[in-house]
Design a protein around this ligand. Structure first.
Ligand code: ADP
Ligand code: NA
Length: 324
């Protein structure tokens, strides 16, 4: 069995990009692998958070994990800050990283915009992520395409320590889905759909109601050509909608193009609304049941204990290697 690890930040507005790029893979992988899924609350602190809202968002992500089909009997589901090894290992890895390699991270460059007062945590974020992964001897990391560079630096850090100190870490690999790996924003299909974008119609949140979903899809940016054809370069908007349609329906892009040959964008968008609503309404129903049940907190507590037992073993080994 392979060890699988991944996480989602509890920063609100979990959207269909997070679902199609990451959560959907989490569920697929859980039967045949040894899976650990984390709510990475310490990553959220890289930008200022309201403490009450953060607590609420942690429980929301936990409930969504269960609502999409993660099974706490089968997978470990836990909150990052419940396991001290993440921060501990992050420091050891920090001391084995180079400021140059961190400076090259595109996510840091985008989020800091070159500001002198960008939080240091934003700069060292990829190291905390590497610690999350390496702490569990992870083989496979299911994530969206935007995480490719962070997986690369995780591998570099693991290999560097292994070369310097002898076999210490398992060197992990990223796992990316074809259709869902990069869902773009609905109003600007050249940038990725994100939790934080100001325009709520740029994304479809997993908890949006049918009316909101309809509005966002019908308003989405397309082009003036009028044909439903996959062409990322020249038709990024329609290509993104085709991707979303394909990922939710399981149909090939080619099949979808054929089905809508000669149809206008309006018809296609209306059908896409139905496809999306049909796919996510059962998730929403389960979310509301689970979110209000008392079980949620005990599932996280149990997950934290199971994760910690694994993490402690790794930390013992790592401390030994470094003479701590
Ligand atoms: P965000 O980037 O939305 O703040 P996270 O950093 O918590 O979300 O990422 C959670 C997971 O969702 C990661 O695996 C990330 O690669 C994936 N993801 C985020 N945005 C998208 C997107 N637009 N399309 C596909 N996957 C995405
Ligand atoms: Na499993």
């Amino acid at each position: 069995m392979k060890r699988v690890f991944s996480g989602v930040q509890p920063t609100g507005n979990i959207h269909i990009g997070n679902y199609l790029g990451a959560l959907k893979q989490f569920v697929e992988l859980q039967e045949e692998n040894d899976c650990i899924y984390c709510i990475v609350d310490m990553h959220s602190l890289t930008l200022p958070q309201d403490p009450k809202l953060l607590r609420k968002n942690i429980l929301d992500v936990a409930a969504l994990y269960l609502a999409v089909g993660l099974d706490p009997e089968n997978s470990i589901i836990f909150v990052q800050s419940d396991v001290p090894g993440h921060a501990e290992l992050a420091w050891i890895l920090t001391c084995n990283s180079y400021t140059g390699e961190l400076s090259r991270m595109t996510q840091f460059k985008q989020k800091s915009k070159g500001s002198e007062s960008a939080p240091t945590g934003l700069f060292t974020y990829p190291i905390l992520m590497a610690a999350d992964i390496l702490l569990y001897d992870t083989d496979v990391v299911p994530v969206g395409n935007d995480q490719k560079q962070h997986i690369e630096i995780t591998r570099d850090l693991a290999l560097r320590v292994n070369n310097r100190c002898g076999e210490t870490f398992v060197v992990p690999e990223g796992r990316f889905l074809k259709a869902g790996a990069r869902i773009m924003s609905l109003d600007d299909p050249t940038s990725k759909m994100s939790k934080s974008a100001e325009n709520v119609h740029s994304r479809i949140s997993l908890l949006d109601d049918a009316n909101k979903i309809k509005k966002s899809i019908m308003k989405s940016t397309t082009d003036s050509e009028g044909s439903i054809r996959f062409d990322i370069e020249n038709k990024p908007g329609i290509s993104n909608l085709l991707n979303i349609y394909s990922a939710f329906s399981g149909m090939d892009i080619k099949e979808i193009e054929k089905k809508y040959e000669g149809c206008g964008y309006g018809t296609f968008k209306k059908d896409l609304v139905e496809v999306v609503v049909e796919a996510i309404s059962p998730i929403q129903q389960r979310f509301h049941e689970i979110r209000n049940s008392s079980e949620l907190v005990s599932i996280l507590k149990d997950g934290g204990q199971r994760a910690n037992a694994i993490a402690e073993k790794t930390m013992k080994r790592v401390k030994d290697v470094f003479g701590l």
